[in-house]
Write a protein that binds this ligand. Structure first.
Ligand SMILES: [Zn+2]
Length: 261
């Protein structure tokens, strides 16, 4: 969780939140009481017609028009607690895609200074990062395409350890596809390297991605964004190099004029 001013925003998925109007809330807020701060946050949200929000199509925070806003409040008198959900139908000012943002807060959910903690959830869920353009060229029924899609789904739904395990499974599947199953993981990796499918530099990078998956499976490690980004880069590059680029290179060279003997 990361704080922006007096109001905190809980991370939803792997988005890096930059909610500029929360800074305005911080600058504008004069009261030190929890109730007043909650009320003030509610008023600020109600006034907003344009906001910075995640756009999956553009791939990041973009200016979005608020087409419709609906608020739902609740309270429980027995325990003197209350909460609210504010749903905003958003239209990206760039690509005009539509999404729904649910901003919610709960009277008892405050930071150490007594300021409200705002939770944000997007529908559809915000994308961790855009899929590579060549991903759409892969056969949808191919098991590696399915595994990659599951990794993207895991990333989109805040499951970093599952994503790391999936990336390791993809690398293993690629090795077996290329060099056949040699029995052990290290044997497959050796054959993969000696078979010329990867360079020494790629071999070192591959070991890092494999180690991340191993740590997630066997040592309870939850990868952070940097580790996952790196492992995903390595895995996507491998798929692109061995299954997309090689195929495209063969096709493109067919149309070239032949050299004179
Ligand atoms: Zn957009």
């Amino acid at each position: 969780m990361q704080a922006w001013g007096r109001c905190r925003v809980r991370r939803s998925g792997f988005r890096r939140l930059r909610v500029e109007w929360l800074l305005a809330f911080w600058a504008d807020s004069a009261s030190d009481t929890v109730d007043s701060n909650n009320k003030h946050l509610e008023n600020v949200l109600a006034r907003i017609e344009v906001m910075q929000a995640q756009c999956n199509t553009c791939g990041g925070m973009r200016k979005q028009r608020i087409l419709k806003k609906v608020s739902k409040s609740w309270d429980d008198e027995r325990y003197s607690v209350w909460g609210k959900n504010e749903y905003s139908l958003l239209e990206c000012a760039g690509c005009e895609d539509i999404s729904l943002l649910d901003q919610s807060w709960f009277s008892e959910n405050t930071d150490s200074d007594g300021n409200p903690v705002l939770n944000e959830t997007y529908y559809p869920p915000s994308i961790y990062r855009r899929q590579p353009t060549w991903f759409g060229m892969l056969d949808k029924q191919w098991h590696i395409t399915k595994l990659l899609q599951e990794v993207y789904n895991a990333l989109q739904n805040s499951a970093p350890a599952l994503a790391a395990m999936g990336l390791r499974a993809i690398i293993e599947a690629i090795m077996i596809d290329k060099v056949k199953d040699g029995g052990t993981f290290s044997d497959n990796l050796k054959k993969f390297r000696s078979g010329g499918y990867i360079s020494d530099i790629q071999h070192r990078a591959l070991l890092a991605a494999l180690e991340l998956g191993h740590a997630s499976i066997h040592r309870g490690h939850i990868p952070d964004d940097f580790e996952l980004d790196t492992a995903l880069d390595i895995t996507e590059n491998l798929v692109h190099l061995l299954y997309v680029l090689e195929h495209r290179a063969q096709i493109s060279i067919r149309g070239l004029p032949k050299r004179n003997p």
